[in-house]
Design a protein. Sequence first.
Length: 255
Amino acid sequence: MECVNDSEFLDRFLRVERPGADKILAFYDSTVDAICRNGRYLYIPLSDHLCHRGDALFESISVCDGYVFSMEGHLERLKKGCASFMQIQPPCSWEDLRQRIVDVARAGGERDCGIRLFLGRGAGGFGVSPLECPKTSLYIVAVRQPKASEELYEKGMTAFTSKVPPKQEYLATVKNTNYLPNVLMAREAAERGMDCAVTFHDHGRGGRRQYRHCERRRRTRLSASEPHSGGHKHALRHEGGKGAHARAFCRSHQG
């Protein structure tokens, strides 16, 4: 195997095919501090503990008809996760983070899409301790989000009780990137030809994260097209003069 110089490596690096890059509309990378519309350039350093330790938080947000759905609800949950046992903070102010979500959604250029936000421990090494990471990382990605079919609304989803044990309850209190149980459940559902798997604890209570995820996605899509009141969502367009804040409207459901 040849060892190439920096220029040759970078050239090859940029020419590699990236599966799924066509699904990415735009993304923000805090290590570069810029937004890019080419999904082929979305990379996370392997030494970021987000990758090899799952030491990170995330949010999945919907953009419906040009509005970021339940912005404040998602940010509040992220703040609670940061203040939990995770003890992690974004590399920017919360107001800047909110604006970057809007900016990435706008850069994506589509009125209906998904936003994936990842707040990682940051790059630093391949150990376990978070202390080796001097600065946290933030990635915000606008992705194409196919709409649910009419058949789904009419017939609903098929579900079954999974053989995969539910996630430990303390881990389920924050939306972290340790999603191996969900991965195994998704594979199990595919093998059985069903839509989703559901877990239950020994005392009969539903596995909160896996079950709520199925319900939340369906509810968000349904309510997004109906009259609403209460809650918050942020417009992608600005009103007023220079420096005006994004318009805020109300919703009844939190995402």
